[in-house]
Design a protein around this ligand. Structure first.
Ligand code: FAD
Length: 408
């Protein structure tokens, strides 16, 4: 029977295997992950796992018997090192070769390393894997001070969790505001104030230039010095400056790669037998430009789509509304749709308490909604943005506006 090999057992890879089984796929499905143990959830790693009192156990994506019960051949510690497209085989670090009829790349992304003086010091840590979260948690047991480099989601979530443990935290952000890539100016300022109210020092417009420490060049980090001369003590430094898609396997076998594995509207690479999904994939959006998204929704929705294509059950292009969430101390932020900095913003609700949403318009068309502690707005936004009837900016700005009333 036609073998499907899935490389990467994260949110996307596991969902591909599951959806193939649910769709009645008869051939063997191999799920190859390079990490030990069972596949696990990533979002809690920068949230509950860091602030919880108990040592984090596994946060499994599926139960222990899940894969065996469905006949999915899940193999942990299986590092794929190469793809031979002519022979349709993947090569493992163990030397084993496995043949495939369809291959799905679900290799995710890796943290971008910090490249300033002193960034190789002990105590300078990324946050991507369960192993990273365990190392950070262990460091937090004794740390009194921490510096976060980069005010993106992971850095800010870490900052909130570390404050909850009583650690003194400073965030260095070289851009001019927090979460600049993801949210409107208003939401960005609100979230910065929330972090400051939690006692975190947030420095915007100031990146680190030097990490100072004890002993030689690889001695433990002790302080971070910023480009404007700020100096903050740090028993620990968390680097949250974004990720690089893990597209090396695709590049190595000659597939098109452009900051991610390039796929078409069916999530197929330039080789029709090979697909890419999740954080590692760069895909076309109906609006035109190619996107690469980093979210659980994107990973699982793309995985379901590819399973349908392999099952021969879907010929429609991949079109899904992106959505995302983040938890930072008292703030739950939810975003539906994709906006860019230039899109207009109309605020609805109460930034000073009780939650609010920022509706983002391109011209007069609603394209995204950011909700802060407004889960009902987020749910309504997802329905509105999936449909064609959308409120105008003038309607959204009128007193008494209620998004739910437009959700049909
Ligand atoms: P991953 O989950 O990264 O899985 C890829 C897997 O492939 C990894 O296990 C990797 O080790 C493995 N792999 C890579 N190369 C190989 C190889 N050559 N051979 C074998 N295996 C390989 N998203 C949200 O929507 N909300 C959140 O609140 C949120 N919080 C997050 C918090 C943290 C700390 C992190 C790191 C991410 C968070 N995300 C969140 C993003 C979300 O977790 C990712 O978008 C999602 O995990 C992407 O799924 P994926 O399967 O594409 O990649």
């Amino acid at each position: 029977d036609a073998v499907v090999v899935v490389v990467g057992a994260g949110h996307a890879g596991v969902q591909v295997a599951d959806s193939l089984c649910e769709g009645g796929y008869h051939g063997p499905v191999l799920l190859l992950g390079d990490e030990p143990g069972l596949p696990y959830q990533r979002p809690p790693l920068s949230k509950d796992v860091l602030s919880a009192r108990d040592e984090p156990g596994l946060l499994p994506l599926r139960g222990e018997r899940h894969f065996a019960d469905r006949g999915i051949d899940y193999r942990p510690d299986a590092v794929v090192t190469g793809i031979d497209r002519a022979r349709r085989t993947v090569l493992l670090a163990s030397g084993q070769e496995i043949g495939y009829a369809s291959l799905v790349l679900a290799t995710g992304a890796a943290p971008r390393p910090l490249q300033v003086e002193g960034s190789e010091r002990a105590g300078v840590l990324p946050l991507r894997s369960l192993a990273d979260a365990r190392a950070l948690r262990a460091a937090l047991q004794s740390a009194r001070t921490a510096v976060v480099v980069g005010a993106g989601f992971i850095g800010l979530e870490f900052a909130a969790a570390a404050r909850k443990r009583g650690v003194d935290v400073a965030v260095f952000e070289s851009g001019d505001r927090v979460l600049a890539r993801a949210v409107s100016v208003g939401t960005s300022l609100h979230i910065m104030q929330v972090h400051r109210a939690m006692g975190t020092t947030v420095l915007v417009g100031e990146g680190p230039v030097r990490l100072e420490g004890a002993g030689g060049a690889d001695g433990a980090v002790r302080a971070v010095v910023g480009s404007r001369g700020s100096r903050h003590p740090a028993d620990l430094v968390v680097v949250g400056i974004g990720v690089r898609p893990r597209d090396d396997l695709a590049r190595g076998c000659g597939l098109a790669v452009d900051d991610g594995v390039v796929v078409d509207e069916h999530l197929r690479t330039t080789d029709p037998a090979i697909f890419a999904v999740g954080d590692c994939a760069r895909f076309p959006s109906p609006a035109g430009p190619l996107h690469r998204l980093e979210s659980v929704q994107n990973a699982t929705a793309q995985a379901r789509h590819v399973a349908r294509v392999i099952l021969g059950a879907g010929t429609a292009a991949y079109v899904e509304l992106p959505w995302f969430w983040s938890v930072q101390g008292p703030v739950t932020l939810q975003i539906a749709g994709l906006a860019v900095a230039d899109d207009e913003s109309v605020t609805s609700g109460y930034p000073d308490g009780g939650g609010f949403s920022v509706l983002r318009f391109r011209g007069d068309r609603l394209i995204a909604v950011e909700s802060v502690n407004r889960p009902a707005d987020h749910a309504a936004a997802r329905r509105v943005l999936a449909g064609t009837e959308r409120p105008t900016a003038a309607q959204a700005a009128a007193p008494g506006f209620c998004l739910k009333e437009h959700a049909g």
